[in-house]
Ligand binder design. Structure first.
Ligand code: TRP
Length: 452
């Protein structure tokens, strides 16, 4: 702790660093499958409302906590109010739940990249290719190991900066490619049905589950409620405007997720029809739909290779900062040396990730509260722990620590914090009440007390 904290250079440096780790599989893989499953337009509408209200409030608060204290989650909460140190600990659990299964999906991305590289495009485009692949006991674990080891090696030899720089160049290319693929998809016959489904909210499809799913996705995609933004805030210079940065990250992150959905959801209508079954594929959606799109394109094999390379980069920058987070928590808490902590964290990720991967094959009989292993890990972090952390953050800052320091952080450049009233009401009342409702709902549904 005696080392001086590095700061992000320049005004955009902060936004790029935050956006680089925020944009990942959450935007490209998770958002489209949730949008497809939870009613398309209505999901998008709810998500947008949540970004502008919840997302804004939480991200302002977390970054302000970090910049004010100059510490990461555990220390920061302790410094602000001793009684709330446990919120920091709770937040730290989340990255440990997410990282293993994040690497499993990363492995799937490498598998598809390899399939396209070796010219197996038409095989990859068949319906059973994906389900057959994840059900195998060994093969998915090998791809997962490649991804996990790649992540660890980058962190151990400390070349993150290089990877992140590369991703600053590759990310814009990814956006152009996603745009191109969306245009290709929405001009196919039958795609308009899908575009309508994606853009026009059908209010009869509204249910609390949709809100729960959108909220979990918001936390996941913007890396909120897990201490990450507090750490980022601690590296943020005082002359960077908090409010503007938060808006920029929100817009960037949401725009990429939106585009990814626009590429995938209409394709489902074109290639598999708009049935509930086709739309409700869940985690496998991207891997089932996109190969069909590439197969039907001129130069589809080349475009497929380019696409999966770019997705791999986006996934790697996120998995690196996830592992980085795990490592720094272990270093701080167990007073362990960095290299040792990295190896320990990697070993943990490999063991838990392998079990999650087996959950689609030999262990597919293991169901916890009716969910398979990956879905269970996803549920516990996104629908239970993160809402709890968010709730505790709002209550502790709203009523005990008092949000004055957030106003100060927002106004430290002589700017006026125009949304101060709105922010305060969100923080103290609306967010906590909604979060409690959402939590009660999530638990009741998972336990089978209610059904929707
Ligand atoms: N937000 C990332 C994504 O959309 C995933 C993520 C969650 C993450 N928590 C993180 C990335 C912490 C880096 C650090 O894919």
């Amino acid at each position: 702790m005696d080392k001086k904290r590095d700061s992000f250079s320049g005004k955009l440096g902060f936004v790029f660093a935050a956006a680089g780790s925020a944009v990942g599989l959450g935007n490209l893989w998770r958002f489209p499958y949730l949008a497809a499953k939870y009613g398309g337009g209505i999901f998008i509408l709810i998500y947008l409302i949540l970004v502008l209200t919840f997302g804004f409030t939480l991200m302002m608060t977390e970054i302000a906590i970090g910049r004010k204290t100059g510490l990461s989650a555990v220390g920061a909460f302790k410094k602000l109010d001793k009684r709330f140190g446990f919120v920091g600990y709770l937040a730290c659990i989340v990255p440990f739940i997410i990282t293993p299964y994040y690497c499993v999906i990363g492995g799937w991305v490498i598998k598809y990249l390899f399939a396209f590289l070796t010219g197996n495009v038409s095989a990859a485009a068949t319906d059973d290719y994906f389900t057959g692949f994840i059900a195998r006991p060994v093969e998915p674990i090998i791809w997962f190991l490649i991804f996990a080891v790649l992540t660890s090696v980058v962190v151990i030899i400390g070349v993150q900066k290089g990877i992140e720089k590369a991703s600053c160049i590759l990310m814009p290319i990814l956006i152009v490619l996603v745009l191109g693929i969306s245009i290709f998809c929405i001009t196919r016959p039958g795609a308009m049905e899908g575009v309508k489904y994606y853009l026009l909210p059908d209010f009869s499809a509204f249910s609390p589950t949709t809100v729960l799913a959108a909220m979990g996705q918001l936390f996941y995609s913007m890396s909120l409620a897990m201490g990450i933004m507090i750490t980022y805030g601690s590296y943020m210079k005082k002359d960077v405007d908090l409010h503007t940065s938060v808006r920029q990250i929100e817009i960037f992150d949401t725009a990429i997720a939106f585009l990814a959905g626009l590429m995938i959801v209409p394709s489902v209508f074109v290639f598999s029809g708009g049935s509930e079954e086709a739309l409700g594929k869940g985690p496998s959606l991207m891997f089932i739909t996109l190969p069909k799109v590439f197969e039907s394109m001129n130069f589809g094999a080349v475009i497929g290779v380019a696409f999966f390379i770019l997705v791999l980069f986006a996934a790697l920058t996120s998995s690196i900062s996830l592992l980085e987070t795990n490592v720094s928590i272990i270093c701080d808490k167990c007073h362990m040396e960095r290299k040792k902590a990295t190896i320990l964290a990697s070993a943990y990720i490999i063991i838990v990730g392998a079990i999650v991967s087996l959950g689609f094959g030999p262990l597919d009989f293991v169901k916890i509260i009716g969910l398979g292993l990956l879905d269970f890990f996803d549920f516990i972090s996104n629908s239970v722990l993160m809402p709890i952390v968010a709730l505790l953050t709002c209550i502790s800052v709203g009523f005990f620590i008092k949000p004055d320091f957030v106003y100060e952080e927002a106004e430290c450049n002589g700017k006026k914090f125009k949304e101060k009233k709105f922010y305060t009401i969100m923080l103290k009342w609306i967010a906590p009440i909604c979060l409690v409702l959402i939590l009660v709902f999530a638990v009741s549904e998972a336990m089978g007390w209610i059904s929707v």
